[in-house]
Design a protein around this ligand. Sequence first.
Ligand code: ADP
Ligand code: MG
Length: 457
Amino acid sequence: MIKNWENLLDILSKDESAAMPYTFLKQCVFLEETSNSAIIACAGDMTATYIKNNELEKIENYISDALGFKITLSVVVNPELLAETELFNKSEDEHIESDAEVAEDIESIKEETRKRSNLDSYYTFENFIIGTNNKYVVAAAEYVSTNAGKEYNPFYIYGGVGLGKTHILKSIGNSFIEKNPKAKIAYIGGGSFRDEFVSGLMSKRPDIFKKKYRSLDMLLLDDLQLLETAQETSKELFEIFQALDASHKQMVFVSDRPPKELQNIEARLKSRFEKSLILSMEPPEFETRVAIINRKLEDLYTSIPKEVVEYMAQNITSDVRKIEGGIKAYLSNRDLMKITPNVEEAINLGIFKNYVTTKATLEGSTIKSIIKTVADYYGVQIDVFRSRDRSKYVSKIRHVAMYLASEYSGKSTTEIGLEFNRDHASVIYAREKVRTDIKANLPITIEIDRIIASIPS
Ligand code: ADP
Ligand code: MG
């Protein structure tokens, strides 16, 4: 006779090979036994079904051993009976959950937390393609999500548009929730953060805002540069920063520029950022772009010709959002026309025209207008292009302008050289240098994209 069910459970709990049956049995109660059978009751269907399908024989053997003779085991579901037993020592109105219910509950708690935190479950590390451009950022992000508030606090990520900064930021939050389903997290963009702060002030309830952000377990602040025009908010952010820092709560900041280039941000805050772990996100290399395209296609359960994938990877170089746009444009054209365009057809149809990185936007620009745009971008005087100044910075800017002029003005290298007070060989040298840098995906790629984007069309 099983005198003491708890005793049996106790034995099982110490037996490593019985870990699985124990997990389930501890939620069951022993109901009765006859000379050759025993009945146990479980709280939920899932547990009962699991035991019946997987563990019945093993458990039969355990119980038989305990009884000293062979029994057949029946498993019934009876949550009420379960609730009445002393074993669980629960009050009547308390519902006892099976593992499955517990698991379900945890999932719904996580979902609640994601909603409350302004996160959605798509953005995970698993969905993110790692390339040499971002491997340190990803490694640090993963580290931070499992060692929150430790040595990399705060963690600061910056880089150009569409490089996956928001994706990584949200992945940190999602991964943290996996281990801390009830965590208090806020994912918020700089603009919304400012709006929330301001509307707190206007409604005369700034305390709600303060309390909310100071009691967080994790702050994920995106597009920090948007606080450049919100000095009061950045002051408040400094207070929040101090509170979270003191209680070792993780903070991650994302911006399009490094801390030292942030303007009008509370000086004390800026200097704390400068001391944080700062990593930049760089544009993906060709191979990574191919991998990203293939992954996105897989996610959509479709494929497209290899040469089209390669064309896209070659021509949509620095913004992954544009890569996604290019894929969508191609697929919708394909599905509408019911033909699979090859590269040439795709180009003729203009499928990729809004997505390719450096094309046509500058076409028809004059050398002078290109020089002006580049000067504005870097904040230098037009004279420096013709000057003898060969400092590193000025040379770089001059190279960029020569490169853009020779790619887009339609003028010969000799004509371009004249505008720069140089000969044609200098122009060719500059062009080749920048081309090589772009191929190697140096940060200059982003600068050039931005210059092109800043040209009024
Ligand atoms: P950012 O915040 O840097 O402007 P996002 O994080 O919004 O960029 O990324 C733009 C889009 O590109 C998102 O849909 C994101 O999922 C996707 N993306 C960016 N980089 C990758 C990558 N390495 N692997 C998979 N998807 C990526
Ligand atoms: Mg973003």
